[in-house]
Design a protein. Structure first.
Length: 322
């Protein structure tokens, strides 16, 4: 157990200068952050950014090449079993036994965490009611839909009352309605206890629901704050458009409006300005090349990521190289 000399409430997770290399690739490059107890903390970034590698180190599944990890007051390198007892984990890929029922999968997990039969029965009903699977508890996993399987995995991860729940891309491949329902279950679970949730995601709407978000790219955290604070980096509304000559359009905008942030992204131009709806007519008058398409919206975390990294979060093909 790590001492807390200041007498303050210790963070649920504390990471200092964490590093992981695979040959010459810096998968996680000197990452540091803290997560408060009861906080929903999001890791937002594309495949290959280092999200899964970080989670694997925090969960003691992968040994770091440098740095320090404190989970629930325990050093993850020195007190692995104590760290693991505090965690729940939902992987990207399902690890449920498809030949067993929902209840049997959860029971095996409860045994591994030392729950007695009385605790298990009480928790089983509570948790399966929470994820709306009580009536399907005898069903084989093989006979469930993708959304039901995900809910069963969440139930399994919560059966032992973990203090920290790790969710590694928990809703990839699910439809928006199912993703929303799963998040409703997770918010309800957090109400039960002071559950800390660490989420990795590529979905902007999931990141928006986090208390704080770390944007990670190429193994480094490039920004970390509350979603609203991160969006304030955009300096106003976002205008996203394309013209017949983007270079000339940018040159004209910079000449006429030198204080406005404007930059090119692929075949498009991004422009940030306050009161975008009022600025649009001025923009149309200024740009002489024919405008082919135009979009105005309030800033999102996708815009923040694009500004910081020069690319979109999900422009790459999905792969397992994270």
């Amino acid at each position: 157990m790590v001492n807390n000399p200041n007498g303050q409430k210790p963070p649920a997770i504390k990471v200092e200068n964490l590093k992981k290399y695979f040959n010459d690739i810096k998968a996680v490059d000197d990452v540091s952050f803290e997560i408060k107890k009861g906080e929903i903390f999001g890791f937002l970034g594309p495949n290959g950014a280092g999200k899964t590698t970080t989670i694997n180190m925090l969960c003691t599944l992968l040994k770091p090449d440098g740095g320090r990890i404190i989970i629930d007051g325990f050093d993850a390198m020195l007190e692995e079993s104590k760290v693991r007892s505090a965690l729940g984990l939902v992987f990207q890929e399902s690890i449920l036994d498809t030949h067993l029922s929902v209840e049997e999968n959860i029971y095996l997990h409860a045994l591994l965490y030392g729950l007695d039969i009385k605790q298990y029965r009480k928790r089983l009903r509570e948790i399966l009611k929470l994820v709306e699977l009580w009536e399907r508890r005898k069903s084989l996993i093989d006979n469930l839909s993708g959304g039901m399987r995900r809910r069963a995995e969440i139930a399994r991860s919560l059966i032992h009352l973990p203090k920290i729940l790790f969710l590694d891309e928990p809703t990839v491949g699910l439809d928006p309605q199912t993703r929303k329902k799963i998040w409703d279950y997770l918010f309800d679970a957090r109400k039960e206890t002071e559950l800390t949730i660490f989420l990795t995601t590529q979905y902007i709407n999931e990141a928006e629901d986090c208390d704080r978000v770390a944007i990670i790219d190429n193994g480094k955290i490039v920004a970390l704050d509350k979603p609203e604070k991160l969006k304030e980096m955009m300096g106003g509304d976002v205008i996203y458009f394309r013209s017949e000559d983007n270079d000339l359009a940018i040159e004209e905008i910079k000449k006429q409006f030198p204080l406005i942030s404007v930059y090119k992204f692929g075949k498009y131009i991004n422009l940030e300005t306050e009161k975008g709806d009022e600025f649009l007519p001025q923009l149309v008058k200024t740009v002489t090349p024919r405008i082919l398409s135009m979009e105005l919206h309030r800033p999102t975390l996708e815009d923040v990521f694009l500004k910081l990294t020069g690319r979109k979060i999900r422009e790459e093909k999905e792969n397992n190289g994270d």
